[in-house]
Write a protein that binds this ligand. Structure first.
Ligand SMILES: [Zn+2]
Ligand SMILES: [Zn+2]
Length: 130
């Protein structure tokens, strides 16, 4: 996809544009993603310099672990981004992207931490941790 992908939060205070290729979507079933998303989190990744974020003052970063932080809109509460000092990729919530996204769900990670109220019955690769 050569045109830009666009997305943003529910209220529209935080929007973004992404140029170039992005990864397939990754479903993360860790406890942190469960808490912050309300279910499990699905993100895709790009390089930090591929994304341009427009923020009307609502984007807030929450330090969720020693080397990572999560970006969300403090007006509408949308979970949008994840970035880590130990990882080069920038994570973007797949649901915040305006369809058609041009991406597909590609794998499940941290399935060893997933909650017990849902099952996973697709054929996608699954890893217990990362
Ligand atoms: Zn918002
Ligand atoms: Zn996670």
């Amino acid at each position: 996809m050569s045109e830009k992908r666009r997305g943003g939060c529910l209220c529209g205070d935080v929007t973004y544009e992404i140029s170039g290729n992005v990864s397939d979507a990754i479903a993360c079933h860790c406890r942190q993603c469960a808490k912050t998303s309300g279910h499990f989190a699905v993100n895709f990744t790009c390089a930090p310099d591929q994304i341009e974020i427009a923020d009307r003052g609502s984007l807030t970063w929450f330090r969720s672990s020693d080397d990572a932080e999560r970006g969300f809109c403090n007006r509408c509460g949308s979970s949008l981004f994840w970035r880590s000092e130990s990882e080069p990729d920038f994570y973007v919530a797949a649901g915040s992207l305006t369809p058609p996204t041009g991406i597909q769900l590609g794998q499940h990670i941290f399935v060893g931490s997933k909650s017990d109220y849902y099952g996973l019955d697709d054929d996608l690769p699954k890893s217990e941790t990362v």
